[in-house]
Design a protein around this ligand. Structure first.
Ligand SMILES: NC(=O)c1ccc[n+]([C@@H]2O[C@H](COP(=O)([O-])OP(=O)(O)OC[C@H]3O[C@@H](n4cnc5c(N)ncnc54)[C@H](O)[C@@H]3O)[C@@H](O)[C@H]2O)c1
Length: 262
């Protein structure tokens, strides 16, 4: 079966809930924001991309949902603090947060990775997730509960030839996720990481641009012999945020077509 675009929850599954999606202007974040909107949530989309962020919010509103775009760079504490303030000002609470804002590295062997590239990846993929959770957890703890999903990767579980810094940043997401899950369980907050295989998004297109051989090799490394559609990853995100996963915390869930099964 091709990517299952119909795997969405009941229309009211998240009615009355407020959901924040960082990186919601594109790819997996956009698919998750749209799925939450369809499921009845009020959705706050945060991203550095103004056009993309507004476009995602407009798609939700056109579908009859509620959405707000806030421009924010997750590597800046002030931006993230203001993002949370605006979320609470507009919608009064925060029930779920999905930290999708992330970047890929340039394809290079470890000894050829530029120092700037390493710092950039750690800044967005690690510090960005930490800062996002810092303010999300404070708000959720005040309210007495919530659910957070951090986007890791199958490269948060296994090594990534020519993407060592990316793999290191995604392994770090596991450390943040597990630590936060243990620290905030008593506050009623669940924190999980999702580890997708390759997903057909603008990020993957950038990685594979002009790399036909790499594309073939990467596809074949997934036993399902295809890439995921963003909606398939959104389905797993919604499950991790829903009461259906009420005893799941500190987990790294794979949605990778079997990539890490072999
Ligand atoms: N696409 C894949 O194959 C794949 C696989 C596994 C994990 N992931 C992870 O999933 C997440 C989403 O990836 P995607 O494929 O949808 O990528 P994408 O490039 O399509 O979307 C990422 C979004 O994050 C935003 N962003 C980047 N830096 C930011 C910053 N500093 N502050 C705020 N927003 C910022 C971008 O503007 C963009 O809208 C990433 O964390 C990525 O590492 C992707």
């Amino acid at each position: 079966m091709k990517g299952n675009n119909k795997a969405i929850p009941a229309a009211n599954a998240f009615a009355g809930k407020v959901v924040l999606v960082t990186g919601g202007a594109s790819g997996i974040g956009r698919a998750a924001a749209l799925a939450f909107g369809r499921a009845g949530a009020s959705v706050v989309i945060a991203d550095v991309s103004v056009d993309g962020g507004h476009a995602t919010a407009a798609m939700i509103v056109e579908n009859g949902g509620k959405a707000l775009f806030v421009q924010a760079n997750v590597t800046r504490a002030q931006d993230v603090e203001i993002l949370l303030d605006k979320t609470i000002y507009h919608y009064g609470r925060l029930d779920c947060a999905v930290n999708c804002a992330g970047q890929q590295g340039a394809n290079a062997r470890l000894d050829e990775i530029a120092e700037d590239d390493f710092d950039r990846l750690m800044g967005v993929n690690v510090k960005g997730v930490w800062l996002s959770m810092k303010y999300q957890l404070r708000q959720m703890a005040k309210q007495g509960g919530g659910a957070i999903v951090n986007l890791s990767s199958s490269f948060g579980l296994v090594g990534a030839p020519s993407q060592a810094a990316y793999a290191a940043s995604k392994h770090a997401v596991a450390g943040l996720t597990r630590s936060a899950a243990a620290e905030y369980a008593k506050d009623g907050i669940r924190v999980n990481a999702l580890c997708p295989g390759a997903v057909r998004t603008p990020m993957l297109a950038r990685v594979l641009e002009g790399e036909a051989a790499l594309e073939k090799k990467l596809r074949a490394a997934h036993p399902m012999n295809r890439f995921a559609e963003p909606q398939e990853i959104a389905s797993a995100i919604l499950w991790l945020c829903s009461d259906q996963s009420s005893f799941v915390t500190g987990h790294q869930l794979t949605a990778d077509g079997g990539f890490t099964a072999i």
